[in-house]
Design a protein around this ligand. Structure first.
Ligand SMILES: [Zn+2]
Length: 245
């Protein structure tokens, strides 16, 4: 299967993984090619529609971020990516920008691939973003499944929190959303490290890079096997997200 290179997947504060925070990729120099680049981003063909609309990670109030993934047959990106370039001066990988600016619009017709798991390759995007120091360091953390959430809630007991965002089995640590928009790193074992508070994800340490930090990305516990239709998976995922938030 020919894979599509992912561009523009962002960190989600409610479901944290090692995807980049666009706030760390703001660059006024990106304005120079913003107009032709956003035109290209809007010209992609719709590959897949999600049940829930996307939202702006800058919380700027924009609500029309779209439901779809768009593709040009080589790359795939969320419909809302143009907004980040146009309104927030977010910088994208140079090889993608060069490719986009070299293509005539409208796009030449191409065969739209089937949206199946395994089609998307996000590794180059994450590697690029880590090299830009734009990714929170969440090595080993996972988004908890429903039964894991229940077990963590029992272990937490009276610890005040608004949501359990992520967990790391190897260190028995959980990341909690706490009152006032903060987050707390909490170790579940007796006599463990004292809780660490952060005012928000902007204070969380970032992924380093170099040989000793070359690690597998954070995984979603319910990561599906290649070949499963994406529409079906995301339709089933929604109840879990509702429960967590
Ligand atoms: Zn915005």
């Amino acid at each position: 299967m020919k894979r599509l290179e992912v561009i523009g997947w962002w960190f989600n504060e409610q479901a944290p993984t090692e995807l980049p925070r666009p706030q760390l990729l703001v660059d006024a120099a990106a304005r120079a090619h913003a107009a032709p680049l956003t035109a290209y981003l809007r010209a992609g063909a719709s590959l897949l529609r999600y049940p829930e609309p996307s939202f702006c990670r800058f919380a700027c109030g924009e609500e029309d971020m779209g439901h779809a993934d768009l593709t040009d047959g080589r790359f795939v990106w969320p419909e809302g990516l143009a907004h980040y370039v146009e309104r927030h001066d977010v910088r994208l990988p140079e090889h993608f920008v060069n490719h986009a600016l070299a293509q005539p619009l409208p796009l030449a017709p191409f065969a739209l691939p089937k949206a199946k798991f395994g089609l998307y390759d996000s590794a180059p995007w994450v590697a690029w973003a880590k090299a830009q120091r734009a990714c929170p360091d969440l090595h080993g953390f996972e988004i908890p499944t429903l039964d894991v959430l229940d077990r963590i809630a029992v272990d937490l007991g009276p610890v005040p929190h608004e949501a359990i965002l992520a967990c790391r089995g190897s260190s028995r640590e959980v990341i909690l959303a706490v009152e006032g928009g903060g987050i707390e790193l909490h170790q579940l074992k007796a006599g463990g490290n004292p809780p660490q508070r952060f005012a928000g994800w902007h204070e969380w340490p970032l992924c380093g890079f170099g040989p000793q930090r070359a690690r597998a990305p954070t995984t979603l516990s319910r990561r599906p096997k290649p070949g499963i239709p994406m529409g079906e998976f995301f339709a089933n995922l929604k109840p879990q997200r509702d429960r967590q938030s």
